[in-house]
Design a binder for this molecule. Structure first.
Ligand code: PMP
Length: 425
């Protein structure tokens, strides 16, 4: 009996349903990061690849007691279906929480989702038909690009610098797309502690970005899971705070608390919120009540802000370890200097292909995410996203040292075979 089950569940190359999959299924891709999971979970490999939050400092015993109390006292509600829009108390609390972003939306305009990843899916679903244009930063969060691709959107990238997306470049791109007859519907952006670029949109640029998008009639999709993880400060005012009617804001408990309950949200203008609720009801009937009530209890009963401060200090220490190791071991590369969040973005000397180099890095027992994961247009071969969120500081240093061994070797080969002068430059 067991043998038969194993045999039948083995994946087959000859898929008898291959001719009837939807276009959406054909466009679903495994992200380059997920594809790395089996390799990087080997204990001898230092992984600078994933974006897993480090939740070692969470008080698990207290959370366990709180979960128990939730079921004992409120089990009948927690184990039941809830509203498609989400648990009202939690929506109130989220509205309060968003005062840190300089604008607290009406709780009625908040829709709870299974992580902000699902909110990304809903927003794309309700705005994008195949072939529609989305403008996104260059680079962009791989999980958003995957959703856009699944819905068969076209993506045009707009450059970032160390101050975030460049307003003039955004304006010019939106104009060029209009001229070409493919106007953008949406601008997707991660303004705080960008994944993967590690940069933050300055206060000065924020109102400009909002004004440009409003002028071009382009909806802003503001994705902000890292906003509370600034090393030294609370977040700058959200883009939404400048014009709530032009922005759908996505938030998440995954990084400021933990991803386990899978609770995120979208805060949207009323008309869009209604569509989001319909999308939610269609996809899940209602988001997990247990998860929502557990998060609600966490926000109510814990000093969650002190916990955020503990996380901030931990990530700051790790970022420091990463940046000093880069200075020591990879001085011929360039990298961004994050003020919060999980990532730095590395630019390597010309001639090195980070995607091709990855297997050699894994042989050297270090993993990273090649830059190509973060572009819809094949760019990024000279980039690497390095995550400092999960490993201990000494592992981070060791990981960067191993990376330098691989990269030094690549450069030597380039110098021998290609006359590459990158290292001298
Ligand atoms: N947006 C960005 C920029 C992210 O980095 C992530 C997680 N890596 C998400 C959205 C999704 O997070 P979650 O679904 O856990 O809220």
């Amino acid at each position: 009996m067991t043998t038969k089950k194993t045999r039948d569940s083995r994946p087959s190359n000859l898929d008898q349903w291959d001719d009837i999959y939807s276009q959406k299924a054909r466009n679903l891709r495994q992200s380059e990061i997920r594809a790395l999971f089996s390799v990087v979970s080997r204990p001898e490999v230092v992984s600078l690849a994933g974006g897993m939050p480090n939740i070692k400092d969470l008080p698990l015993d207290r959370l366990a007691e709180s979960a128990k109390q939730l079921i004992v006292r409120h089990g009948a509600q927690a184990m039941q279906y809830g509203s498609g829009q989400g648990f009202p108390e939690l929506r109130e609390q989220i509205s309060q929480l968003m005062t840190y972003d300089g604008y607290a939306p009406n709780p009625d305009n908040i829709v709870i989702t299974t992580g902000s990843q699902q909110a990304l899916d809903y927003v794309t679903q309700i705005f994008i038909d195949p072939g529609d244009m989305i403008v996104a930063e260059s680079p962009s969060y791989v999980g958003a690009l995957g959703v856009f691709e699944a819905y068969r959107a076209q993506v045009t990238h707009v450059p970032l610098d160390d101050k975030g997306v460049i307003p003039q470049a955004l304006d010019e791109t939106l104009s060029a797309l209009e001229k070409a007859g493919t106007p953008a519907k949406m601008f997707y952006t991660v303004p705080n502690y960008h994944n993967p670029a590690g940069v933050t949109l300055t206060a000065e640029r924020r109102p400009k970005i909002v004004e440009i998008c409003r002028r071009h009639h382009v909806l802003i999709l503001e994705d902000n899971p890292y906003g509370l993880l600034g090393f030294h400060s609370d977040p700058l005012p959200s883009l939404q705070s400048y014009d709530p009617n032009s922005v759908v804001y996505l938030g998440s408990f995954s990084k400021m608390f933990a991803p386990g309950f899978r609770i995120g949200w979208a805060a949207a203008p009323p008309a869009i919120r209604q569509k989001l609720v319909l999308a939610s009801e269609s996809a899940v009937l209602s988001p997990s009540m247990v998860g929502q009530m557990a998060i609600s209890a966490y926000l109510r009963d814990y000093d969650w802000y002190s916990q955020v401060k503990i996380f901030r200090a931990m990530y700051e220490e790790r970022a420091g370890a990463m940046l000093s190791a880069l200075e020591e071991y990879l001085p011929y590369c360039e990298w961004t200097k994050p003020e919060g969040g999980f990532y730095t973005w590395l630019t390597v000397p010309e001639g090195i292909d980070t995607k091709e180099m990855l297997p050699r890095a894994v042989t050297e027992l270090v993993a990273y995410t090649p830059g190509t994961a973060f572009f819809a247009d094949g760019n990024g071969r000279r980039n690497i996203r390095l995550s400092y969120c999960y490993p201990e500081p000494d592992q981070i240093r060791e990981g960067v040292r191993r990376l330098s061994v691989v990269m030094d070797r690549e450069l030597e080969l380039l110098n021998i075979f290609g006359g590459n002068k990158a290292k001298e430059n």
